[in-house]
Structure formats: structure tokens, C-alpha cells
Design a protein around this ligand. Structure first.
Ligand code: SAM
Ligand code: SF4
Length: 409
């Protein structure tokens, strides 16, 4: 499982340092709720999630109570730390599989968030969902309870690829779930993964075309990350499965970009495609543009003005301090200006809107020369650069990590 950064212990009362207040009134505020339950663990996934046998006595039915306690706790911390009262611009239930909870638990949590913070006028309220874990009633209840968006884990439309990924959802449930969600008035998105061992370019084309055929408002297409500690990692290490091929992954990305674009789904972030600018995920944009968010639930990460903290990972360890009115956080780091600027470069470069080149002058030297050489290599857009924005070309998107390294060198 992914390790947390090395940092200071988080204070038990959660109080935020003064730094968190600077510029708070111009940043938007968001909530992420991590629901750490799945019926089975997919072989590739190292998210902080637990099957029933891994819960070690934690009762899933108690979860929403602890969440409500963290909500109250967050209100106290933000108030006593002097943060301005801000309505939520987005709320995102992620996991794990949030839809494994009864829909009334999700709606109740959303109501509590709304009562405490309020929602901004066009707030985006999303839940992730496994296509097998929802039906018409569930989706209608989400919409009636104030949700306006659902993001389904589709991953692939090819049975053999789903098998390699150890996905257990029924392929036929994806179009049904999407249709029911649309009928309920929810915006829809699907997640795809490319690069599974054994997935051919033709397999991927089938998945892309199937996803386009669903006519969702949004698609995310992620390159498979082989995470150490996962079953997939062990299968690759032992030679049972082959390693993903980077050149083939690049071909898959190029195909998806072209096919999504022709279908009216345009990239706005390296892995994310939206039908119109207003279909871009407000929640994800908040991460990439350094806004403030409170991450509720086991293992959730929060960020307020360059102060980051993260909760205990196991539900039992998360629940314990909350029962005493204390912070469930186990670590915290306060980023200095230099670290915040470097992070800004990394995140904003992923966006189609790009990075203002003036940001770089605070981070690194030889900015003009670096920009010229990236244009010469076809990695960033020359016209945008003249206007002061660093924006990746298609080639640049394929080599984005390298571009970041060259800019920050
Ligand atoms: C929490 S899951 C989505 C909801 C639900 N648990 C599901 O899988 O249907 C979030 C997304 O992360 C992506 N993901 C998880 N592990 C990944 C990995 N190792 N590499 C690439 N994408 C991954 C998957 O596309 C998945 O849909
Ligand atoms: S990909 Fe989704 S369903 Fe699979 S283990 Fe991870 S969080 Fe659970």
C-alpha cells in the first residue's frame, strides 16, 4: 500500500497554523469523503480500502456516525483557526466503493455537510460508483438527495482485460447504470484503464468506442499503474503477467485522445476529457489548482493553504480519536513557498489551460531558454508560450513528467 509522506505529527486539536489563512478568501472550499469499503479488492488497486474480512471488527454501519463526528470536528477547527466561512464548491464521495453504503448514509452525510458549510450555487456533488453496486432506486435516491453527478468504474469493455484486472463487475451493467443515472438527471462519467497486461491496441479501441457509445458527459482514461504490494505487481514480478509496454500505452493514449475529441469529448487534463468546459470535474480541478479541501474518512488527505494532513488509514484507528473529540489525523506537513510553487508547476502543467510562465521565474532559472528548447522539441505549444502560457502539445502530454523535470531542473 502507498506510504504516507514523512512529516510532523498532526496536533490532536487539529488547529491550523496562521499560514493556512493567507489568501483563504480567494480560494474555493471542497469536501472529499473517503468510503473505504469494497466487496473484493481488484488485483491492481492499492487504494485505502477494505473487504469485510479486513475490517478487523470495525462495523461498516458505524461509519457514517464517525464521519458526522469528523464533520463537526472540521467545523470547530476551521472556525477556531480563523478561516472564513465558505460554501462548498464541490463534494466528492470516493473510495473504495461509496455506493456500497446504503444510499441513505450518503444522503445523510451530504445533508450534514450542507447544514454546516452550505453549498455554492452550482456546487458539483459526485459519488463514485461500481456499476454493480447501484440500481434504478439507488440512483434516483441519490438525485433526490442532492447528488448531481456519478462516476462509474468501467475500466474496460473487454472481458479478458477485466479478468486480468480482476474486476468483478458485470459488463452489461455499465450501459444500464449509465442510462439509469441519466434518467435520474445525474451527470455521468466513466473511468477507463489502459495498459493492462495482455491488452492489445484493438482491445483498447473497443473499450474507447464502448465508452464513447455511452454518451457520458465526462471520461477519465488512466494508464495502469503497477503499484508495489498489489497482486498485479506480484504477478508481473513472478513473470506470470507481462509488464505494460510504454510505447503501446502511448499509442493507446493517442488513439483515445483522437477518438474522444472526434466524439466531442475534449481533454482538459492529461487523463480527463469533458463534453463542455462546464462538464470538467470541479472537484479534480480544485486539486490541480491548489484550492482548499477537507478530506473526511480513513486515510483521507486534506489541504488548506499549503498545510496538508492525512487521517489514520484503518477505519478502527480513524474512529478511535473521533470518539474522544480529537483529530483522526496522523501526520501533517506545512509546505514552504518554494515547495508550493514546484507543486503548482507539476499540477498546472497537466491542465490544457496550462501554466503561466511567470510562475516559473519564482521557481527556477533560465526560463526563456528552457521554454525555447521545449518548443523546439515539440513538447509545448509555441503560440501559447508567446502569450505567456506553457501548454503541453500531444507529444508533451505523452512525456509530461519529463517536461516537468526539465522545467524544474
Ligand atoms: C475508487 S476507484 C472508482 C470506484 C469504484 N471503486 C470502482 O472501481 O468501480 C477510482 C478509479 O481509480 C482508478 N485506479 C485505481 N487503481 C488504479 C491503478 N493502479 N492504475 C490506474 N488507475 C487506477 C480506476 O480507474 C478506478 O475507477
Ligand atoms: S478499483 Fe475500485 S472496486 Fe476495485 S479495489 Fe479499488 S476501489 Fe475497490
Amino acid at each position: 500500500m502507498a506510504q504516507f509522506p514523512i512529516a510532523d505529527p498532526a496536533p490532536a486539536d487539529g488547529k491550523l497554523p496562521e499560514q493556512a489563512l493567507i489568501g483563504a478568501s480567494v480560494r474555493t472550499f471542497h469536501a472529499y469523503i473517503h468510503v473505504p469499503f469494497c466487496s473484493v479488492r481488484c488485483g491492481y488497486c492499492d487504494f485505502n480500502t477494505y473487504t469485510s474480512s479486513e475490517l478487523q471488527g470495525f462495523n461498516q454501519t458505524d461509519f457514517v456516525q464517525r464521519l458526522l463526528q469528523e464533520l463537526d470536528f472540521s467545523q470547530r477547527v476551521l472556525e477556531t483557526s480563523g478561516l472564513p466561512q465558505r460554501a462548498l464548491t464541490s463534494v466528492f464521495f470516493g473510495g473504495g466503493t461509496p455506493t456500497q453504503l446504503p444510499v441513505s448514509d450518503l444522503v445523510r452525510s451530504l445533508e450534514a455537510l450542507t447544514e454546516i458549510f452550505g453549498l455554492s450555487s452550482h456546487a458539483e456533488i459526485t459519488t463514485e460508483a461500481n456499476p454493480d453496486s447501484v440500481d434504478v432506486r439507488y440512483l434516483n435516491a441519490l438525485a433526490a438527495g442532492g447528488f448531481n453527478r456519478v462516476s462509474f468504474g468501467m475500466q474496460s469493455a473487454v472481458p479478458s482485460v477485466l479478468k486480468t484486472l480482476e474486476r468483478t463487475h458485470n459488463l452489461e451493467n455499465v450501459p444500464l447504470a449509465v442510462r439509469y443515472a441519466k434518467d435520474a438527471g445525474l451527470k455521468t462519467s466513466v473511468d477507463l484503464i489502459y495498459g493492462a497486461p495482455g491488452e492489445s491496441l484493438d482491445d483498447w479501441k473497443r473499450s474507447v468506442e464502448a465508452a464513447i457509445g455511452l454518451e457520458t458527459d465526462h471520461i477519465s482514461a488512466y494508464a495502469l499503474i503497477v503499484e508495489p504490494g498489489t497482486k498485479l505487481y506480484r504477478q508481473i514480478q513472478s513473470g506470470q503477467l507481462e509488464e505494460p509496454d510504454e510505447d503501446l500505452e502511448a499509442d493507446k493514449y493517442e488513439f483515445a485522445d483522437e477518438a474522444f475529441g472526434s466524439a466531442g469529448l475534449n481533454w482538459y487534463e492529461l487523463s480527463n476529457f469533458a463534453r463542455t468546459p462546464s462538464d470538467a470535474s470541479l472537484h479534480n480541478l480544485a486539486y490541480w489548482t491548489g484550492q482548499d479541501w477537507w478530506g473526511y474518512g480513513p486515510g483521507a488527505h486534506s489541504h488548506v493553504g499549503g498545510v496538508r494532513w492525512w487521517n489514520a488509514k484503518h477505519p478502527t484507528a480513524y474512529a478511535k480519536p473521533l470518539l474522544d473529540g480529537l483529530s483522526p489525523a496522523v501526520g501533517r506537513e506545512v509546505l514552504d513557498d518554494q515547495a508550493r510553487l514546484s507543486e503548482r508547476v507539476m499540477l498546472e502543467l497537466r491542465l490544457r489551460s496550462g501554466l503561466a510562465s511567470e510562475v516559473l521565474t519564482g521557481v527556477t532559472g533560465d526560463v526563456d531558454q528552457k521554454i525555447s528548447s521545449l518548443i523546439a522539441d515539440g513538447l509545448i505549444d509555441g503560440v501559447a508560450a508567446i502569450r505567456g502560457t506553457i501548454s503541453l502539445t500531444l507529444r508533451g502530454r505523452l512525456l509530461a513528467d519529463g517536461v516537468v523535470k526539465r522545467l524544474l531542473a
